[in-house]
Design a protein around this ligand. Sequence first.
Ligand SMILES: [Cu+2]
Length: 294
Amino acid sequence: MPSYRRTSAVAASALSAAALVGLTPATAGAHGAVFNPVSRVAACYAEGPETPKSQVCKDLVADSGTQPLYDWNEVNIANADGQHQALIPDGKLCSANRAKYRALDWARTDWPATAVAAGSFDFKVRATAAHSGTMTVYITKAGFDPTQPLKWSDLDATPVAVYNTTRTATDGYYNFTGTLPARTGRHIVYKVWQRNDSPEAFYSCSDVTFGGAAAAQTQVKAHAPTEAKIAAGADLSTVSHAGHGGDEQAPALSAETAAAPTSPLPLALAGAGALAAFAGGTLLLGRRRNPSAS
Ligand SMILES: [Cu+2]
């Protein structure tokens, strides 16, 4: 499908103006996070990196600082290439085995949680950068003990949702419906988002509670960051606007555009599924190792 990766550099001055309609500015940082049910890192970011309210988020900041929260849309492995279980040991699923995000692995029962019930569920993923790939969402098996570190074998092999993502997201969100099985008490929803235009993958844990009693254990209500909150913290994010933080090389660009890294680059050519570097009025379609850097 991504045959454009093989495309050798060609001057594409003949590209129709219609194709330009799909150009979107690549101003956002990388990736995204699950907002419903809200993921651990997103819930703590929503509380405020400087003023966390729940004890677990306070403890996260005490342990790891505020940066993991400002970088709420990261939690990635640049070269995952589908090898999730080989790369992430048991107990490290929520951090994707990233030391920076180690606190997310804490097996605690006071993570802000979303009350859910068996049946249809509308997932929401805030994508600060849209990527082509597949989002696979799992839930822990019945009988899961949330006081123990999350293991791969804790996850029900049957996903609760599988969603193919595109390079565009509606108003910055991927919305899709899944089906939650019957459960009781506290469980973890685990998301793996594997890109198919690069080996990169993203991971997250969202805490959910089935039934009212367990939900009451959470003192601070879980909520997702607002757009205002996202904007307010963007300047403190270390997730590069041109690449993917420290995890990945910034995209290879033409000489002209590489010389001006601060200018927003129109990277996405929707429809054509191709990438363009817009330089000096000339559109170049070039082969890129990592075509969809955001
Ligand atoms: Cu990204």
